[in-house]
Design a protein around this ligand. Structure first.
Ligand SMILES: *Cc1c(COP(=O)(O)O)cnc(C)c1O
Length: 411
């Protein structure tokens, strides 16, 4: 008899996006001419930049020749990409990362979901609330939590509310936790953490012998050069933090698939017997056992993101999305909404009108403006009362969505 992993049954009914999909499909069937504009799911919309496309083409051609053909990629990634990452992402910020500490992968969703495997089953996990659902759900699947309660909280997880009062950047908890997930710039709130705020987290982790999982999927969206893009810009983070970066949002790779995780050799955990073990060794073992590398063509495409033309072209793409974000933020503000985020992130986090719920306003927005958002409550109980809009769309769609929202809801 194949007993199932019953922890899966603890997962709260349905993932957020399928439920949104059901409601949008039902509305579209009833109103085929509504011209629905989707500002819901966080997927990019602009095509790959020319520097990336050219690099992929060249790599495809190489693969078709006897001399240029490659089989399995090196375990952690090709040296050309590891070197480009260090030269492009870390050296200019004064951060010390060695090539052997970088693990190239096919996505930060996988990495942020898989990283929990290297921690003990009894580790206490801390997350922000609201949060990217992957961090929570993968710990539920692994059996690191109890059941979900009627408000949507899983037993055993330490939730840290991200609220208007704390600027959507929670402080480290007074209580103990062993592993804490941080994501800045944040999905879904669009908040960004300052150097001081990250320094408090690093100090907390070192004082409690905890590990920080820092998801920097949106680092390219940070506009102010004085804000940190990497947790390693904070002194002491090499001793306590794992960092994840992705080409998905910075270069339109959501369908191409390339990301990387940095596990400094200084980050350790402990065995039951009290022995200190480098997490790097565990992650290396995990990756070599369960992963066979990112395709050569894709790693060449990622390398091209770091080239001078690639940096310029992807920078223009990010600037395009950020102009959408500015239009949304200012337009919705002018229409009377309380808006957050959208300055260093492609997400606008808006307070729903007085008396409405997240899902109620989602339905209203769809019915009256034919615009799809994402209900804040879908990211955690503290997201109730908010709705997320994404800046990933054409300029025309953003302008049309804004015009409709102002017509339907403007004061
Ligand atoms: C989009 C996103 C990622 C990136 O995931 P990929 O698997 O690399 O596409 C990671 N974390 C967060 C919070 C995201 O929103």
């Amino acid at each position: 008899m194949a007993r199932i992993n019953e922890h899966y049954r603890k997962l709260a009914a349905g993932y957020l996006f399928p439920e949104i999909g059901r409601r949008v499909t039902a509305f579209a069937q009833a109103h085929p001419d509504a011209g629905i504009i989707r500002l819901g799911i966080g997927d990019v919309t602009e095509p790959l930049v020319p520097a990336v496309v050219e690099a992929m083409r060249r790599a495809v051609d190489e693969m078709g020749t006897r001399e240029g053909f490659r089989g399995y990629a090196p375990d952690q990634g090709y040296d050309f990409l590891l070197d480009a990452i260090i030269a492009g992402d870390y050296a200019p910020r004064g951060v010390q990362v060695a090539p052997g500490e970088i693990f190239v992968s096919d996505g930060s969703k996988q990495d942020s979901g898989n990283v929990q495997e290297i921690f003990g089953a009894d580790c206490r996990v801390a997350v922000a609330d609201p949060v990217y659902p992957v961090y929570v759900d993968t710990n539920v699947m692994a059996g690191r939590t109890g059941a979900v309660d009627e408000r949507g909280y899983y037993g055993g997880i330490l939730y840290l509310p991200a609220t208007e009062a704390n600027g959507f950047v929670p402080d480290p908890p007074a209580e103990r936790a062993d592993v804490a997930y941080l994501c800045f710039p944040n999905n879904p709130t669009g908040a960004v953490a300052t150097h001081d705020q990250l320094a408090r987290w690093v100090a907390w982790a070192r004082a409690h012998d905890a590990v920080l999982i820092f998801d920097a999927a949106y680092d390219a969206y940070v506009q102010d050069p004085s804000l940190p893009r990497s947790i390693y810009e904070v002194e002491g983070a090499r001793q306590c933090a794992i960092e994840m970066r992705s080409y998905s949002k910075r270069a339109g790779f959501t369908g191409v698939r390339c990301a990387y995780t940095v596990v400094p050799k200084d980050v350790t955990g402990v065995t039951a017997a009290g022995e200190r073990v480098a997490l790097h060794a565990l992650w290396a073992r995990r990756m070599s056992t369960k992963f066979n590398g990112v395709p050569y063509v894709i790693q060449r495409a990622a390398e091209a993101v770091h080239s001078p033309e690639g940096r310029k072209q992807t920078g223009e793409q990010v600037a395009f999305y950020m102009e959408n974000a500015r239009l949304l933020r200012e337009g919705l503000g002018a229409a009377g909404f309380r808006v957050f985020g959208g300055v260093h992130a492609p997400y606008i986090w808006i307070r729903v009108p007085e008396g409405a719920t997240s899902w109620g306003f989602f339905d209203d927005l769809l019915a009256k403006a034919h615009v799809v958002g994402t209900p804040g409550a879908g990211f955690g109980p503290a997201g109730e009362g908010f709705l997320r809009l994404s800046a990933f769309n054409s300029r025309a769609n953003v302008e049309e969505a804004l015009a409709r929202i102002r017509r339907a809801f403007g004061r």
